[in-house]
Design a protein around this ligand. Structure first.
Ligand code: PAF
Length: 285
């Protein structure tokens, strides 16, 4: 695996492969890699010839009171995992390489509407930070294919819309969430949980499953189902942020006649803000 720290180095490393007609599959990450990231790399192998990954804890997508400083940085262990998973080129820029004139002076990429709700409502500016850095990374790497986890369902939707609206020549692939045996969605932020919180955390997904089952049995009052879910989460020790049944297509609130649904949740537990979702189709016949 070739390790590059500068834009110049990574462009030169990719150029060699592109000359021989290789398709480039790209996995952007913030590091502290777990099995979910490794799965993205495996799927990148299936999708393209050359796998490029990036590790960059993007300051632009963190709010002032969020965990930018605490976010785990584990480059050595990450490099080992990526080498083992068969990543060919790893790009690890620093903030100065990505934002040489500072974040305030950085041109921004903003996807309207979709970013205003759910995670966007509780983390103002977050998705602008994501879409700006992903655009920069796409321009640096120029991938044919880019892979993102479905755990960040809204992020995936925002990136798909950005790529479509801006005619970016890249295919966006969403990869299924990888879960622990307990069904807890793998996340770098799970590392903030105490042992006791780790035992509670899978209840977030169980709440989504319960709501899905109620809807499949004919439940149509989504607001009440979510209010009950929030109540149960609070009793378990979570501080719920949102719990909502949405249309998969545009993440607008779902109605009883919609059939492609996704239930999305975010909740704080101890020092961690956990997110999860469950997407499913209803057959109204
Ligand atoms: O999902 C992430 O890890 C980040 O939001 C991403 C896509 C790497 C952009 O910083």
């Amino acid at each position: 695996m070739i390790l590059c720290h500068t834009i110049k180095e990574v462009r030169a490393a990719i150029k060699e492969h592109r000359k021989s007609g290789c398709e480039v599959a790209f996995v952007p990450t913030m590091g502290n890699l777990h099995t979910g990231h490794v799965q993205l790399v495996h799927e990148a192998h299936e999708a393209g010839d050359i796998v490029v990954c990036s590790i960059f804890v993007n300051p632009m997508q963190f709010g002032p009171n969020e965990d930018l400083d605490a976010y785990p940085r584990t480059l050595e262990a990450d490099s080992e995992k990526l080498t083992e998973a068969g990543c060919h080129i790893l790009f690890v820029p620093n903030a100065n390489e990505m934002y040489p004139n500072g974040i305030e002076a950085q041109t921004q990429v903003n996807v309207p509407e979709l970013v205003e709700e759910l995670c966007g409502a509780s983390r103002p500016g977050h998705f602008t930070g994501v879409t700006t850095v992903v655009t920069k990374l796409f321009n640096i790497i120029q991938p044919d294919i880019a892979l993102f986890g479905q755990k960040d369902f809204q992020q995936l939707a925002v990136i798909r819309k950005m790529a479509a609206d801006l005619c970016m020549p890249v295919e966006i692939i969403g990869v299924s969430t990888v879960r622990a045996e307990s069904d807890l969605a793998l996340s770098s932020r799970n590392g903030y949980l105490t042992e006791q919180e780790l035992a509670t955390a899978p209840q977030l997904y169980q709440t989504l499953v319960k709501i899905k089952q109620a809807i499949e049995k004919g439940g149509k009052d989504f607001d009440t189902l979510c209010a009950q879910g929030n109540e149960e989460l609070s009793q378990l020790g979570f501080t719920p942020d949102y719990l909502s049944v949405r249309r998969q297509s545009d993440l607008k609130p779902a109605g009883p006649d919609d059939d492609e649904l996704v239930i999305l949740a975010a909740a704080h537990l101890g020092k961690a803000r956990l997110i999860d979702n469950i997407a499913f189709a209803l057959n109204h016949n």
